[in-house]
Design a protein around this ligand. Sequence first.
Ligand code: HEC
Length: 481
Amino acid sequence: MNNKKQHAGFYGWLERRIGIDQMMHEALDEPIPGGARLAYVFGSGLLFLFLSQVITGLALALYYVPSTDHAHTTVAYISKVVAAGEFLRSLHAYGSSAIIVVLLLHVLQTVFYGSYKGRRELLWISGCVLATLMFAMAFTGYLLPWDQKAYFATAVGTNIVGEVPGIGGKLELLMRGGPALGTLTISRFFVAHVLLIPGMIFAFVALHVFFFRKAGAAGPISAKPRNSGLPTTPFYPGQVIIDMAFALALIAVLSLLAHFFPFPVGPRANPADSTYLPRPEWYYIPVFQWLKYWEGSRAFLGVVLIPAVIVLLFVLLPFLDRGAERRPWRRPIPVGGVVIVLLGLAGLGWASHSQDTKDPSIASQLHRQDEAVVQYMKQPFKPEESGGGATATGEAKESANPMVQAGEKLYQDNLCSACHGVAGKGGIAAPLSGIGSRMSSQQLQTLLTNPTPKMTGGGMPPVPLKDGQLKQLVAYLMSLK
Ligand code: HEC
């Protein structure tokens, strides 16, 4: 662009004050050796996804309240009541997975192309920091809905932090804001998730881009770190168009997922539930599985030493792989090392999956947990009273269901308790607790309208209720534990 050209009107007025031409030139004319390529889209794709997370996150924060009393209710409200709330929340939730996927592709591209070479150590390290911050975002965001899955995964996650020798205990206390997960934990995770970590991400993105521009684009794979000989094309329009196409593809995939498979919120966290099997989000599963193999005295080796060495080798890669050579087949150790670690992680993920599906008791518990989420999503929105739901018994959780509550009222109104006792316990006739495990709701419904001779003999009349009410009564009986 010709900077000497004089612009007229408003553009000229601005140009003389802030130098738009120069800025546009700086931003768009970055030379790319060898021209635009699809392989270069991942960095800008990550920036795009991050901005999408900021925007959808902002929308969610308009409704979200970070406390044990309100976190779950407000997330359920977003999902069940707010117009497009479920869609936005799903975009945000799937967006976090998309970031991890694109991050992986970005790292693989950088490693295969050897584009960390040629005075790009700081660029690489700022990227490592950004990757860590992204994982921290995923971890802190996971707790916020305060449903069963969020609660138990974070309980495990913070426990693991507590295992770190020396500072672990203090760190765990700092993260939780006390010995147990509670309102202070939500509050701290919320502050980290919306202020602290995003602020750091913005700063490191700026640094990362600065280092990138300082070193220049590395260009296609070659024997040398700098493609000084190759003809270059400017970043705009070629690469900009490819980057925008990639961003559009990302938003299309996320929108389709969010629309057709809305991301659910499960029943409210119940800390007293001792049967719940925690499972983190898929990208933390390999780590979760890895930790299972290192119990007892070997824990230090597996939990601290091996991961620390791998992370350190990875962060120091540009200092270790110092040769000018960039062709991956000539660099078997760094490229092979990264591939082996990734295959190892995939293997751990697979091991976790096969353990979960092979062991029948685990599989059925996980299935029950999934089913509870499906059932919870089917219920209409109902605000929870403060403190409710987090009580010790499963019954309190069930009574959040309006069908069950209406049924309980019918049970009282029809004097069932006169013979069967309060909540089906301690009456003069058969106890009704546990009836749900003996009969299906269909059988129960038939039985109530056509009592057996034993029931009529004992003085129990056919239940005089019509379809809807009968269903409510049955729902209540099924909920009795
Ligand atoms: C006058 C006493 C009486 C009242 C009132 C009564 N029942 Fe019963 N109910 C019985 C007797 C007796 C049986 C048979 C118990 C047995 O099999 O030992 C029975 C059996 C049942 C069974 C089958 C239990 C089983 O384990 O097979 C169900 C379900 C049931 N009652 C539900 C109700 C409901 C719901 C109400 C209120 C609408 C109600 N009952 C009111 C006396 C009563």
